[in-house]
Design a protein. Structure first.
Length: 197
């Protein structure tokens, strides 16, 4: 993963959201094709390109993950599993896209039916198509962002631990009389636990 800061990660998320909005607009425009099902085929094609592009932007494509060391790869797949994603770090197939669209089934069915309603039907269908595509894309962005953020946090913690060094010279002990604003006479002496009076 090439992301080194949360700011870089935020920039990637912003770029991906812009990409999703553009592709969602294309999905909404596909409704204008008068052939039943043509817009669903267009949605499948759009998602087949969009989701892998998002994975790649976040450094989470299948190929990018294969290039990681075993420990990092295991950590990333653990993060992916914990958020429940089936699309991060894997080859995205038509079958996977169809399953996603089936989960959005009510919206797609409504979009198909609304196309045939006079006057407002195609506008409604376009709005539904845009919203469904944007929902799928933005959800995937959020999942990728979460995985990448967790990995970045782990790497930052590991780097900090690796770079931390113990001082080479022993520290001078500080006596009670050297503490600021302290009256040494008022200090309570600490006695060993075995000392009894």
């Amino acid at each position: 993963m090439t992301v080194r800061t949360i700011e870089e990660l935020e920039q990637i998320r912003k770029e991906c959201k812009s990409m999703v909005t553009k592709r969602a607009a294309a999905s909404g425009g596909a409704v204008l094709v008068p052939i039943p099902g043509a817009d669903v085929l267009a949605d499948v094609g759009i998602l087949m390109q969009l989701l892998p592009a998002i994975n790649e932007k976040f450094g989470l494509s299948e190929q990018q993950l294969e290039g990681l060391d075993a420990e990092t790869k295991s950590m990333v797949y653990g993060f992916i599993t914990s958020i429940g994603s089936k699309l991060i770090g894997r080859l995205i197939t038509r079958e996977a896209i169809v399953k996603i669209l089936q989960k959005m089934g009510i919206r797609i069915a409504t979009k198909q039916v609304s196309k045939f309603v006079p006057l407002l039907g195609q506008g409604l269908a376009a709005a539904i198509g845009f919203t469904a595509m944007r929902t799928i894309g933005n959800r995937h962005i959020d999942e990728c962002y979460e995985v990448a953020k967790r990995l970045l946090e782990q790497q930052t913690a590991a780097d900090t631990a690796r770079n931390w060094t113990v001082p080479q010279q022993p520290l001078d002990p500080v006596g009670v009389d050297q503490l600021p604003n302290q009256n040494p006479a008022a200090a309570i002496p600490l006695l060993p636990a075995s000392h009894k009076e």
